[in-house]
Design a protein around this ligand. Structure first.
Ligand code: BG6
Length: 497
């Protein structure tokens, strides 16, 4: 598909996310030949920078591009860097937007971008409303001639109420179809593959329901702590940072009904329905029973001290913010009635991994002896990262006498494909936005439905003194009592153990 000439205007251009994710993604698009014939980037932020300083900081001297740059001719990088320009908007993003509009008009002329603009908000969310309003007042949000799109980063709101308010504010100045709420998990190849696994394989779909599935488990683990983001994270916590957005997106793709086509609205309609069918926990008692929050504590490993969360920069030394969350819940609809979902996420864990495991029910009558209870059930493991792929665990006869059953793996890894290049999530999502494809972006009602489920948990955790934040050692799978959340003999699957 031919991509129209356009300009990407990045607010928060000197920020960490821009240098770390966005510009490398634009570079990959350039390298892979996906940028339109004529394309410009205008960086906007509070720092005072010249075009040259901006190019140096975000391209030539960027630690995130060094490896890629080293592989290319200087001329190739120079052509790329020259597409980048900079405009300073004052310390509170308050300098006149007429100047900004003027600058955009000039670049539009120079690059022939036909009035097609994407505004990428990579600023603190508290500025989203002001920026949208100012863009509107400077006549930059109206689609007269070219397209106008607004990409917003998470966090999208702090709770249900603030998310609704933010949607309302944005809708004041932009139409919903112009708003692209980015959730980078949707850009991951294997997250998209969930749809294909389910809806183009007739061997899975007939089993994808309460009759054959015993429970569903999702684990998201990171080895890192909060690093330099203590200030942001301490006000957020794992439930807001990972669960409300990325993990509920994965849940919605596992839970949703088949869409009638691959059209963005059809898919998003089904995802909203899925999120709306999550059983909202009403009482504190129910929440305390089905959720758990944890925090990593100072830990000695082989003579080395690993910082606990409360010692991290920007974190309140008495903070009860969770760096680990585990939630058990049900989905109240025809397909999923009675099937428990277990989802956990944590920082400072033993390995970096994200996977969803579909546990199928064991056969109704046991004819053969299994090696042990955990190995009895068929599992479909969707490995989202790393080693992206799919595994099926199934029973085989242990060779030799008798009829003992053990489990064998059937494995598919993306890296084994000939055309194995898995596109980076940001690269994929940016390309979609440039083409006007909203399928992998979250819609307003989707974000609100996710908050509706999370909101009572947040409120209970914050207000009920009976809620503990349990400590766990760095490099472990979270607080010990999270193991007791899964009632029967299955337990969590700890990849790599
Ligand atoms: C971000 C969270 O959205 O996702 C981070 O704010 C987290 O806290 C990150 O580390 C994880 O992303 P990935 O792609 O590394 O799994």
């Amino acid at each position: 598909k031919k991509i129209p000439n356009q300009m990407l205007i990045i607010f928060g251009a000197s920020g960490d996310l821009t240098t770390r994710k966005l510009i490398p993604a634009i570079f990959d698009l350039y390298k892979d030949g996906h940028l339109p014939e004529s394309f410009a980037v205008l960086g906007v932020s509070r720092s005072q920078l010249s075009d040259k300083e901006f190019r140096d900081k975000s391209i030539w001297k960027s630690p995130f591009l060094q490896k890629a740059i080293a592989k290319q001719e200087d001329e190739f990088i120079k052509t790329f860097a020259e597409k980048f320009h900079y405009h300073d908007l004052g310390s509170e993003y308050d300098r006149s937007y007429d100047d900004l509009a003027q600058k955009i008009a000039e670049l539009n002329e120079q690059y022939q971008t036909q009035g097609n603009y994407i505004f990428y908000l990579s600023t603190p969310p508290s500025l989203y409303g002001t920026i949208a309003k100012n863009l509107n007042e400077a006549n930059l949000s109206q689609e007269n001639g070219g397209f106008r799109r607004l990409i917003v980063e998470k966090p999208f709101g702090y709770d249900l109420e603030s998310a609704k308010k933010l949607n309302e504010t944005l809708h004041h100045y932009f139409e919903e179809k112009q708003v692209y709420r980015i959730d980078h998990y949707l850009g991951k190849e294997t997250v998209q593959n969930l749809l294909v696994t389910r809806f183009s394989n007739s061997i899975f779909e007939p089993l994808w329901n309460r009759r054959y599935i015993h429970h569903v488990e999702i684990t998201n683990a990171e080895t890192v702590g909060v690093e330099k983001r203590g200030g942001y994270y301490d006000k957020s916590g794992a439930l807001r940072d990972m669960f409300q957005s990325h993990l509920l997106q994965i849940v919605s793709l596992i839970v949703m009904e088949p869409p009638i086509s691959a059209d963005a609205e059809e898919i998003r309609d089904e995802k909203v329905k899925a999120l709306k069918s999550l059983r909202i926990m009403k009482s504190d008692e129910e929440i305390i029973k089905n959720t758990l929050r944890g925090q990593y504590v100072t830990t000695q490993i082989e003579g080395r001290t690993h910082k606990g969360y409360r010692e991290e920069e920007g974190v309140n030394p008495e903070s009860t913010t969770e760096t680990f969350a585990a939630i058990k819940f049900y989905v109240d609809n025809w397909r999923w009635k009675g099937v428990p979902f277990y989802v956990r996420t944590g920082k400072a864990m033993p390995t970096k991994v994200t996977e969803a495991v579909i546990h199928f029910k064991t056969p109704p009558h046991e004819v053969f002896m299994s090696q042990d209870a955990y190995r009895k059930d068929n599992k479909l493991i969707i490995r989202i990262q790393p080693n992206e792929g799919i595994l099926i665990k199934f029973g085989v006869k242990v060779p030799g006498l008798g009829f003992h059953v053990d489990q064998a793996n059937m494995e598919f890894y993306y890296s084994d494909l000939e055309s194995a290049q898995v596109m980076d999530a940001y690269e994929r999502l940016l390309l979609d936005a440039m083409q006007g494809d909203t399928t992998l972006y979250a819609r307003a009602d989707e974000v609100e439905a996710a908050w509706r489920f999370v909101d009572p948990i947040l409120k209970c955790w914050e207000n009920n003194p009976a809620v503990n934040t349990y400590g766990y050692s760095v490099g472990t799978w979270g607080p010990r009592n999270s193991d007791e959340m899964i009632e029967d003999s299955f337990g969590w699957r700890n990849p790599g153990d």
